[in-house]
Design a protein around this ligand. Structure first.
Ligand SMILES: *Cc1c(COP(=O)(O)O)cnc(C)c1O
Length: 379
């Protein structure tokens, strides 16, 4: 059997161990410390726009605290992109609020700004109130049409929270995604662009809001000689051991981004030549995806294969692929939530789509093998 090719694996650069050892040698084995501080500084420098970054234990925790900061609470509604991973919207429910799902447009696979406005107007009519926040996602790293989304959001005075968990290093008009909205969430889970084994960060607009996020993430403990609480807190801070992994990963972030994009270039060259297969591309010069995962759309009438058939054939050849995220309105757990998307673009993308191995540790030969196997099984 040939070497196993997986979708996206942790890819260490080599210096991570040095920072982790420092944490051990200095006994900073707690959810704060020099590695966490340094990791935050490096993220801030990378993202620019004068943002303040707070490192947390998960991307999901970052989204949750973003919603807390935006004042989302019981009986509010929060608009969320429908085509995404459930971690984008679960924190809405943690807050006792209701997700309202908005369909995607086909160019970026992200939130459709027109349907967003329709949904805002319809929710105002239905409930008498505007939704409290909007969660836009950068699926597979692709920037959303964020200018148009921000314009709609501003028109109705609704803040935007960017779920940039998959989008670290992606740019829209030369600016890093995650820095456009009121808050932006990053993930450093094992399969993302960089990893801390598990972790995340909340990108905050200024130092004051970052201080508040840090306070909430460390049990909302007031500065007194005894434990004293005036608000509900969370235990969401990143460990200093994980922060060390993050420091090392920041040293190879640019390499990882270049590699993911080079892998996408190979897929585009090899697979766009196959009738019935389309590799997702940047839809214009404004968009610069990190191509966290390269994805294809498959037309079974032309290829003779559905995406799931291709998945099973490749699995047999020791190659892991995955179907796209299944839209939230198709999940039993969210079936009672409002959904806006007459044409169900997200469902069509889900049904026609396949994610390909894209990890930055994969070689050109690995990617060529994936391409050969896809070619071999299509008409
Ligand atoms: C990974 C991911 C998250 C959650 O991040 P964790 O660090 O795993 O909690 C949220 N949203 C999207 C779109 C993701 O891909």
């Amino acid at each position: 059997m040939e070497k196993r090719i997986l979708l996206s694996l942790a890819h260490m650069g080599g210096t991570e161990q040095k920072y982790v050892n420092e944490a051990f040698e200095t006994n900073w084995i707690v959810p704060l410390g020099p590695n966490v501080d340094e990791f935050e500084h490096r993220l801030q420098a990378f993202l620019g726009q004068d943002k303040s970054v707070v490192a947390l234990c998960a991307g999901t925790a970052a989204i949750h605290l973003g919603l807390v900061m935006l004042g989302v609470s019981r009986d509010d509604e929060v608009i969320c992109q429908d085509l995404t991973f459930s971690a984008s919207c679960n924190p809405i429910v943690y807050q006792g609020a209701t997700p309202v799902f908005v369909d995607s447009e086909p160019d970026t696979m992200n939130m459709d700004p027109k349907i967003l406005e329709e949904a805002i107007i319809a929710r105002k009519e239905a409930t008498g109130r505007y939704p409290k926040a909007i969660i836009v996602v950068y699926l597979y790293g692709m920037p959303a049409k964020i200018d148009e989304i921000l314009a709609v959001a501003a028109k109705y005075g609704i803040p935007v929270l960017e779920d940039a968990a998959e989008g670290l290093g992606s740019e829209y008009r030369g600016r890093m995604v995650g820095t456009f909205g009121a808050y932006g969430a990053l993930s450093f889970n094992g399969n993302k662009i960089i990893t801390t084994s598990g972790g995340g960060a909340l990108i905050c607009p200024d130092k004051d809001s970052a201080r508040r996020v840090l306070f909430l993430a460390t049990q909302a403990r007031e500065n007194r000689p005894y434990y004293y609480h005036t608000t509900i807190g969370y235990n969401y801070r990143l460990s200093n051991v994980s922060g060390g992994i993050g420091c090392g990963q920041m040293e190879v972030l640019e390499d990882h981004l270049a590699r993911r994009r080079a892998i996408h270039d190979i897929y585009a060259r090899e697979l766009n030549a196959i009738p019935g297969i389309e590799v997702q591309m940047n839809p214009g010069d404004d968009f610069k995806s990190n191509f966290w995962l390269s994805t294809i759309q498959v037309n079974p009438a032309v290829t003779g294969r559905t995406p799931d058939e291709i998945r099973l054939i490749l699995a047999d050849k020791n190659i892991e692929t995955r179907l796209l995220w299944r839209p939230m309105h198709m999940m039993p757990v969210f079936e009672n939530c409002p959904y806006y998307g007459k044409e169900e673009v997200g469902r069509r993308l889900f049904e026609g789509g396949l994610c390909l191995p894209s990890g930055s540790s994969l070689t050109d030969e690995d990617i060529m093998r994936v391409c050969r196997e896809i070619k071999a099984c299509c008409n």
